[in-house]
Design a protein around this ligand. Sequence first.
Ligand SMILES: *Cc1c(COP(=O)(O)O)cnc(C)c1O
Length: 335
Amino acid sequence: MDFRSDTVTQPTPAMREAMANAPVGDDVYGDDPTVNELEQWAAERHGFEAALFTTSGTQANLLGLMAHCQRGDEYLCGQQAHNYKYEAGGAAVLGSIQPQPIENNPDGTLDFAKLKAAIKPDDSHFARTKLLSLENTINGKVLPLSYLAEARKFVDENGLSLHLDGARVYNAAAALDVDVKEIAQHFDSMTICLSKGLAAPIGSLLLGSSAFIERARRLRKMVGGGMRQAGILAAAGKLALTEQVAQLKVDHANANKLALGLNDIAGFHVNTNFVQTNIVFAKLDDSININAVAESLSIDGITITPGNPIRFVTHKDISSTDVDTLLQKIRTLVG
Ligand SMILES: *Cc1c(COP(=O)(O)O)cnc(C)c1O
């Protein structure tokens, strides 16, 4: 049982079969029918003109930021944003794009007054503010649909474009019980990670206008992301977005159960208001030696990442019974 992340999910038997049988071609020539089918289907499915299959979510975000921004432009984002904090500074290193982070509110949103104040005037002292990048879910939290509508209004009023790091946007849609298009409709571009809770082995998508995706396609080649018979991966990616979507509600129920169970253990504190999808953060009292807990669990084949707060992630390879087992073992270890 691996609670570190939903990236550990194994591909399903259906994915392995689809991968074995996928018709393929050289995708750099545009010849891979399975990639082409996924890109066309995904664009339409999410309400965009075009889509691009990428090696990873990090690459999809990088290409997105670079396709929106030129050298010396900047993007507004959250201090906690994956595409600011956890992508090795790629936009700055490879795109010469300046991030302008804003402190995230506790619910993951960004305050519009603070964003407004961060937009630079048209003056040679400043980078040119071009883009607002949001993330949904962010640390497992769902941005309200009303907030997304406000964000659209904000960028329209300020001449910016709007990007969504939607690595886990299907978790957001599942939590809100809406079609993913309800979220996607507000954005000029969006990424989707196929290889997290949706269980594909590799791959993400970048979605946007045809011209935007054409720029991103060139950039993808530049950073070495032009893959050849990539239909083997795209075949699994299609199943991620069809057969695996229903699993996310199960993952969310398991996360909720885990959160409530942890709150019953002395020394563990979960703010259940923020357990909205498949990620649980628990704050630990000093009495808890989490490294020792992690070591004991690992002997029983249970993997966690020790930390305070500690993060647990549920996914299709964690069952409700597995959650019971984890809780019981932690109770025994710290009781
Ligand atoms: C995982 C993740 C990414 C990056 O995806 P990789 O495929 O791991 O590169 C981007 N944004 C968010 C919010 C993520 O959780």
